[in-house]
Ligand binder design. Sequence first.
Ligand code: FAD
Ligand code: SF4
Length: 470
Amino acid sequence: ERLSNDFQFIDVGRMDPPKKDIITRTNEFVEIYQPFSERQVASQAHRCLDCGNPYCETGCPVHNYIPNWLKLVTDGNVMAAAELCHQTNTLPEVCGRVCPQDRLCEGACTLNDGFGAVTIGNAEKYITDTAFALGWRPDLSHVEKTDKRVAVIGAGPAGLGCADVLVRNGVQPVVFDKYPEIGGLITFGIPEFKLEKSVMQKRREIFTDMGIEFCLNTEVGKDISFEQLLNDYDAVFMGMGTYNYMKGGFPGEDLPGVHDALPFLVANVNRNMGWEKNPDEFISVEGKRVVVLGGGDTAMDCNRSSIRLGAKSVTCAYRRDEENMPGSRREVANAKEEGVRFLFNRQPVEITGDGKVSGVKVVTTQLGEPDENGRRRPQVVPGSEEIIPADIVLVAFGFRPSPAEWFGEHDIDVADWGGVVAPEQQQFKFQTSNAKVFAGGDMVRGSDLVVTAIWEGRQAAEGILDYLDV
Ligand code: FAD
Ligand code: SF4
């Protein structure tokens, strides 16, 4: 009888799925949220007001038909909901888990004004997980095949988004990746406590059944030349990400015990998954005092991985205040619950140590006036130097583009900051300066989000379809 109530959003408050107990959370690399039950998800989905002007769809970078699939879930029609989810999103089960919903769909929800936004992300996850478990699969039986073939470089969300739209339009995508599994940073960056690896493994099965071909363990430029892809395929899409690590530019960054964030996370995934080739790449933090520098998603993942790997203490130093952290608020809250200590308004100026790291020298900052982008820049408080003791320092300052050496010889322009130039607003969306080559995701927009990479990959596929005139 509750589901017939139009004022459900007042009677039933927003509820997130319960989290696992803290012992599991601080020791195991497993997702921390329990799944919603059918009853819970229907009751939460029914809180949607169907407000007529769905701001949530605007807030969602792939513009999901959110109120429509919430209605289907309320009615218990999970198969139709899954079908609808897949019209706009290539990886709904992934986005439901890792999107910073508080900044996107849920941040824009009309109810996010005192009542508590609808739990959109968890509904999206529920729909896809449940439909897959019940045997639902994308139906491509109506697709008429063309004779066109497109090479996709990178099996991250951008490449997968592109391949998904291509195959649904009868164009054969062949996806090349240097890693042994698909997913890009979804698989090799984001740890299991946010998204278990089985999720992408299931997706690989589904993509393969849809007809997407994968050539894994194949690095373009080394195992196969870019030239060959240009010759063998009707078009090429590049979704290769950004893989140059930003440095702080202060003394001590090369001391033993100081590590870049991503290799630390990747080595841990490789060990957990049995994919490890060189045990020396694994960075043990057991019993050690870990200091993580940075405030984004990568920093949060380092914090929470270190807790699970048995660090003696984990301290995260960030140069702005909590309000201005770029990472998802949900993940900051989870990190705090798991025992991470945050030091806000601390800017590192030196990593100290004699032969190996012993601490991080920081100064306290306060926020100055807003800059031209409206962001308030930190300023140093005089005389505020202090040293945070550390045995291991993980540097998570973000990523810069990593242009491939072949770009120049194939007339692929890059911007001053290193990103590939592939504008959305032009005749063929996301086409580069080489007419046969398209690009999207982090390598075009700078490191961002899974969902924005999916959007660009999907849009680029539309550009490719127009270019191939199919
Ligand atoms: P990538 O995911 O980087 O994929 C690029 C792929 O291209 C890789 O698989 C790479 O192996 C392959 N490749 C590159 N060059 C070649 C070559 N020459 N030959 C063959 N293959 C090649 N986003 C969120 O939305 N939520 C989160 O919680 C979140 N957490 C994150 C945590 C971490 C630690 C990191 C690092 C990022 C996180 N992000 C998160 C960001 C998100 O993962 C990225 O924005 C997104 O994966 C970018 O997608 P992409 O397809 O552009 O590139
Ligand atoms: Fe929200 Fe991300 Fe799903 Fe869009 S894709 S509805 S932003 S969780």
